[in-house]
Design a protein around this ligand. Structure first.
Ligand code: DON
Length: 308
């Protein structure tokens, strides 16, 4: 039987998945991320009219990490012709870990998609070229979409990423060697790490990404952020590449466009209806939140939603 979506249902779902905490691993390759308590668990759902349902630690901010890759692509789509973007980054799943260098060498420095590190770095390179202050512009966008003027970067996390940036720097330099990277590598890495180190709560994430459920029109915006077609295309990319090499499993279990981050957050979209955010810091083998994925699977079942 299909359940009514409300705070009580979300509470029930969190209770059901809480026993999974302890079965995953908090990301530790960036020391600042390993400091986050593993028992945090939150969920929030934002409906098209802005109504927000939430449960658990849905008001606590955490590092959004790779979820920011959707926002950087969105910003790029507002500053570039679509064709300018897609000649520098592909639209195919990579089937490789998010920080892999392997395909880049074989495929002449063109990343498979904008949601792996290489792709996001190319997108940040493009933003560096066309925006005078890319870090400030991102905050302005997110603050409008969430209607929260105090959203900011966690400088401690950004610093920690910068101190462990060898692999991302290698990716950027490899792309430069193929002529697919225009700006100074350190400058672009600085922007990329700050985007990853943005902190938001589940409630804020659900509000922020409502534009993907609402044909490109964000909360608190007069003009649409994206065209309906662009919003649809980002959702398609999230289905194929939003969960790294766990995209197939996620489509099977949850059946919604989704994007994860190693901070343990996941956003998921039901086009035309709602945007959802979950948070549980422990990750599965593919680097996606373990209890978060389980919560989304249960929610999809209980409210009878899937795009398939
Ligand atoms: O590039 C990195 O290492 C991180 N700041 C972003 C990684 C991330 O969230 C990847 N995915 N789940």
């Amino acid at each position: 039987m299909v359940s009514v979506l409300n705070n009580v249902l979300l509470e029930e779902i969190l209770q059901q998945v809480r026993p999974l905490i302890g079965q995953g691993k908090v990301a530790s390759y960036i020391p600042a991320l390993a400091e986050v308590p593993a028992d945090r668990l939150g969920i929030a759902v934002c409906m098209l009219d802005g109504t927000l349902y939430q449960a658990g630690d849905a008001d606590e901010r955490f590092s959004i990490q790779s979820i920011s890759k959707v926002l950087s692509l969105t910003l790029a789509l507002t500053r570039y012709q679509d064709s300018e973007i897609w000649q520098r980054v592909g639209k195919e799943p990579s089937g490789q870990p998010f920080n892999s260098l392997l395909q880049l060498e074989l495929e002449q420095g063109k990343p498979r998609n904008p949601f792996i590190n290489a792709g996001a770095l190319v997108v940040c390179d493009m933003l560096e070229t066309r925006l005078t202050a890319p870090r400030q512009r991102m905050l302005e966008l997110v603050r409008v979409l969430t209607q929260q003027p105090d959203i900011n970067y966690d400088r401690h996390v950004a610093r920690s990423e910068f101190d462990h940036s060898a692999r991302n720097a290698a990716i950027a330099w490899l792309m430069k060697s193929f002529g697919n990277f225009s700006n100074d590598v350190q400058t672009v890495l600085h922007t990329y790490f700050h985007y990853c180190a943005m902190t938001m709560s589940c409630g804020e994430l659900a509000r922020c990404f409502l534009y993907l459920a609402n044909q490109g029109r964000g909360l608190g915006q007069g003009e649409p952020l994206l065209t309906p077609k662009q919003a649809r295309q980002i959702n398609a990319l999230m289905v194929t590449s939003g969960m790294y090499d766990g995209a197939g499993e996620f489509a099977w279990r949850v059946g919604m466009p989704g994007k994860s981050g190693v901070g343990g957050g996941i956003i998921a979209i039901v086009p035309g209806e709602m945007s959802i955010a979950v948070w549980s810091p422990e990750l599965d083998a593919s680097g996606n939140s373990l209890a978060g994925t389980a919560a989304l699977e249960l929610l999809a079942d209980r409210i009878g939603r899937s795009i398939f």
